[in-house]
Each structure stands twice: as C-alpha cells, then as structure tokens.
Design a binder for this molecule. Structure first.
Ligand code: ADP
Ligand code: MG
Length: 322
C-alpha cells in the first residue's frame, strides 16, 4: 500500500513546483489574503507556504493528510484510473508520502495552534504548536525516500524556475492577495494586494501593460477579460502567454491557435503574442480532468470557443490598428 501511495504521489508531485501548486491552491481555498512562500535549493530542500486563511481545527489535521483514496488505489490498474481522474482531495497526502511534511495551523478566532508531522507518509500525533491564525505547510527533502525519483529532478536552478513560474501563474490570477516569494532566504518577489493591471505589470512588466489592449468581451455564457499585447509591443514571446480558464492557468491549443490567428489576420505576420487572458464559461462546458496536473482542459464546444476567442481579440486588434 505504501509503495502504491508513493507511485501515485509521483504522478501528482512530479517536481517541487507541483507540490507548491497544491499548497498555494489550498491557501487560496482557505480564503487567505496574504501568502508567503519560502523555498530552499529550488524547492527540493524546502517549500514552506504560510497563509492567514481560515485554518484547520486540531481535530481535522490528521484528516487533511489522510489519503482518502487508499482503498481505491489497491492495485496498479486503479492507479491508471486515478491518473486520469485526477487526485481530488489528496494533494497534501501525496506530498506527505514523498517528503517530510509539517502542517501547523490555528483556525481564525482560536487561541492556540496545533501541528502534525508526517515523515515518509507516516503520521505522528497532533501536538500543540505556536502559529498565528492561518496555516503553514512545510515540505522538506522532496523524494528523500524515493532516490530513483530524486535522480530525475533537474538542477536547483531549473526546479526553482518551475516554482517561480507556478508562483507567477497563481499570483496573476489573484491580484487581491498579497504574495511574497523568497528563495534561499532572499526576497525574490513582493506583491502587495493590487489591481489586475498592476499585478500584470509586476509580473509581465510595466512596458507590456503600457503597450497592451484591454479585452472585455462576453457572449452566450462565455467571457474573456484581460490584456493582450498591442501590435507595437515587440517583446512578445511564448513565455508571456498566460491563459486562464475559470481562474486556473492552462495550456490550451484551441486558445493558442485562435489568438495566433487573430494576430496573423490583423498584422499579416507570424508572431507569438503576449497576453494575460481570463476566459470563463459554464464549468459543465469544460473537462478539467484530462491531465493529472489539470494544465490541459477539453472544451465540449471547442469550435464555438475558438470563434469567440478569435473574434474577441481580433476586434480589439483591428480597432487599435485603425
Ligand atoms: P483538497 O484541497 O483537494 O481538499 P488537499 O490534500 O490539498 O485536498 O488538502 C486536504 C485538506 O486539508 C483540504 O480540504 C483542507 O480542508 C485542508 N487544508 C490544506 N491546506 C490548507 C490551508 N492552507 N488552509 C486551510 N485548510 C487547509
Ligand atoms: Mg488541495
């Protein structure tokens, strides 16, 4: 069972950045207005995420690290199914099974904090601890118990870059949340609660914002808001393409294609446009469980969505091109 858990965890905790994503999403789910992230050695040695969210009651700490699906994942066949369905409700348990994890929390309005330590997936008893209202999750030594997986981790610099990208993707979608990122003790990014335009400026650069067009378009239950680079913005690159579906960062071929085509149509040349776009639709119209990390989605009406995205951006570009 233990082995199966570790294999399953490997699917979702592919690298430090995957653990960071789980932790940040939990802090946001808990309604945090301030989140700080501490990394050491690219996140391989340490990832600590602290928030001022709702917190976890002492009685629920064990539950938070419980792998709800243990009975579900009894054999390798089941593993495959879990990989396709996603790991709902077991992000933290997965991280705990491949690291040393400490979860410390104090619910809002409670006088005391409690903590639980999990080493190698084994839970230690809940104990009193010191912590302000909110929660800290500390993951130390990713893959210390699975050396084969540890070998597949890239350099500290590469793993750090993935963590920083994860931090930025989430920060961009939550401009109202104060966020701080430190690496090896140094502050790398300090983002106050701010407007979307200011958050985009802090992450993609003020020059991008100054040279961007505002997209704000809605039709038939679909909406697209955000910023796209104006035709004159030259630093367009693949790296500056942020596309969100119902608040989550995704890589989507339909969207990429529609946007590239809008640019090509108006500007008559190939380029990779820079953008930060937030697309929303009825959740029933999108399958988010086609990839274990949910970075890809499948639209039920991809044709209609392609058209909507194309027209929304095309209209703005054509207007600015005069
Ligand atoms: P999920 O987020 O899918 O419910 P997780 O394994 O990521 O599963 O987290 C398990 C549970 O632990 C959450 O449902 C939540 O109740 C609790 N939890 C985890 N992190 C936090 C946090 N930062 N603040 C409050 N509760 C948390
Ligand atoms: Mg979670």
């Amino acid at each position: 069972d233990h082995l199966v858990n570790q294999i399953a965890a490997g699917e979702v905790v592919e690298r430090p950045a995957s653990a960071l994503k789980e932790m940040l999403e939990n802090s946001l789910d808990a309604g945090a207005s301030k989140i700080s992230v501490d990394l050491a050695q690219g996140g391989i040695k340490l990832i600590r995420v602290s928030d001022n969210g709702s917190g976890i009651a002492a009685d629920d700490l064990t539950l938070a690290l419980d792998r709800h699906a243990t009975s579900k994942i009894a054999c390798l066949d089941d593993l495959e199914q879990v990989a396709t369905l996603g790991f709902r409700g077991e992000g933290l348990a997965s991280v705990a099974s491949v690291s040393r994890l400490t979860l410390v929390s104090r619910p809002q309005g409670e006088p005391h904090a409690h903590q639980i330590v999990a080493i190698d997936g084994t839970l230690h008893p809940v104990e009193p601890a010191a912590h302000p209202e909110g929660t800290s999750v500390e993951m130390v030594d990713l893959y210390f118990n699975t050396p084969a997986r540890r070998k597949f981790l890239k350099s500290e610099a590469t793993e750090y870059a993935h963590c920083a990208a994860t931090f930025e993707r989430i920060a961009l979608a939550h401009p109202g949340v104060e966020m701080i990122l430190r690496h090896n003790g140094k502050v790398v990014s300090r983002l106050p609660a701010q407007s979307l335009a200011d958050r985009v400026g802090a992450i993609l650069g003020r020059d991008f914002v100054d040279a961007s067009l505002i997209i704000d378009s809605a039709a038939a239950g679909l909406s697209l808001r955000g910023l796209v680079a104006s035709p004159t913005f030259s630093k367009a690159s693949r790296d500056a393409q942020y596309f969100y579906v119902n608040g989550r960062f995704v890589r989507d071929k339909t969207a990429q294609h529609a946007l590239r085509q809008a640019y090509r149509d108006v500007l008559h040349h190939e380029r990779h446009p820079a953008y930060a776009l937030f697309f929303t639709l009825d959740p029933a119209g999108v399958d988010v469980n086609v990839h274990p990390t949910k970075i890809e989605v499948r639209f039920r009406e991809s044709q209609a969505i392609h058209q909507f995205l194309f027209h929304s951006v095309h209209k703005a570009l054509a207007a600015s091109a005069g």
